[in-house]
Write a protein that binds this ligand. Structure first.
Ligand code: ATP
Length: 349
């Protein structure tokens, strides 16, 4: 493969989608009309300004306020689950300002008192839908043997916590080590990787992790918008080929809900808040640099510059596929749109 071809194939491995959420009542009162417009034909986003409409894109996909959770899943995530079932690693990031719909997109909402179960709930997000999909595929393929494991961690202030750990939140602090066997790999010491046998077990763990994240945020007086969460599904499949050989495949799906991007460039913060904003800056900017380096086929990828990219190192390089869902409110500020277009996604042009 020539350098040009390698570069082209790497570029395809990173795709960017933009999702604009519906306006909420506060925004309608305050602003009157949305300032962000979705152009489905050009796959671009228009930002209304006094001087006219500024256009950003094209992106790989654009989704407007009317897009349902199920439509987004079918179009964007279904192909990735197929890759995972073929033994590849894939990562989905939700990136955007606080309140733009990152958690809604990744986790969704679920009301236990409602008539719906997790898998039929129209508001369920990517994580429960993925797991439902993985189990459906495993059952359909009638494999000789398979296993599914999940882990769920949170990164706050460059400290890693286990959302599926058994002790209290503070005791579930995790440490990252270099893998002595796999060059460039990392080991997260003590992280629970829970084997799950069916959908119901998954939903219980997902709920437990989400509750733990909320409780920890309250205890530490920290909003979830200031931490990153990484939910990982590992699928191992064994099948016997027609020639009698044993085929073992392992695919991993990393689902990442990033800290609110408004922290980038935040100035004037003091003490603890300044450290927190600095760490979020560092991790989001390093993530941008890692993606830029991967898409431009740079000889050095700066994974080691933040814990977020260190723990995602396995999932970002090589043949893996990375999808970034940038979430926007219909009234997002100009700065935000400029930032995400210029700093992270222009890496692909
Ligand atoms: N596509 C959507 N359709 C309907 N409601 C949405 C959508 N996206 C977001 N919302 C609603 O908007 C609000 C904010 O969403 P959410 O909490 O997911 O934002 P966030 O980006 O994760 O914020 P934070 O960074 O503070 O965690 C929630 O009430 C959510 O239900």
């Amino acid at each position: 493969m020539s350098n040009k071809e390698i570069k082209a194939s790497k570029k395809k491995n990173v795709q960017v989608a933009v999702r604009v959420r519906p306006m909420n009542s506060g925004e309608i009162d305050a602003k009157g009309r949305p300032i962000v417009k979705v152009d489905y034909v050009a796959k671009s986003i228009g930002l209304k300004e006094k001087s006219g409409v500024k256009t950003f894109g094209p992106f790989d996909r654009v989704y407007g306020p009317e897009t349902t959770q199920s439509e987004l899943y079918k179009e964007l995530v279904t192909p990735l689950v197929k890759e995972v079932m073929s033994g590849y690693n894939c990562t989905i990031f939700a990136y955007g300002q606080t309140g733009t719909g990152k958690t809604f997109t990744m986790e969704g909402q679920h009301d236990d008192s409602a008539d719906h179960s997790w898998d039929t709930d129209p508001t369920a997000g990517i994580i429960p839908r993925c797991l439902h999909h993985v189990f459906t595929e495993l059952e359909r393929q009638e494999l000789d043997e398979y296993s599914v494991r999940i882990s769920y961690v949170e990164l706050y202030n460059e400290e890693l916590f286990d959302l599926l750990g058994s002790g209290n939140y503070d005791q579930s602090r995790l440490r990252i080590f270099e893998d002595p066997i796999r060059k460039g790999g990392v080991i997260i010491n003590g992280m629970e990787e829970v084997p799950v046998r069916n959908r119901n077990e998954v939903y219980r763990l997902l709920k437990m992790g989400a509750e733990r994240r909320k409780t920890a945020a309250t205890l530490m007086n920290v909003s979830s918008s200031r931490s990153h969460s990484v939910f990982t599904v590992t699928v191992v499949m064994r099948e016997n080929t027609t020639t009698g050989e044993e085929l073992l495949k392992q695919g991993k799906l990393y689902l990442v809900d990033l800290a609110g991007s408004e922290n980038i460039g935040r100035s004037g913060a003091l003490n603890a808040r300044a450290r927190e904003a600095g760490n979020i800056n560092q991790s989001l900017l390093t993530l941008g640099r890692v993606i830029t380096s991967l898409t431009s086929n740079a000889p050095h990828i700066p994974y080691r510059e933040s814990k977020l990219t260190r723990i995602l190192q396995d999932s970002l390089g090589g043949k893996s596929i990375t999808t970034i869902i940038a979430t926007l409110s219909p009234c997002s500020s100009n700065f935000e749109v400029c930032f995400f277009c210029c700093c992270i996604f222009c890496a692909r042009s």
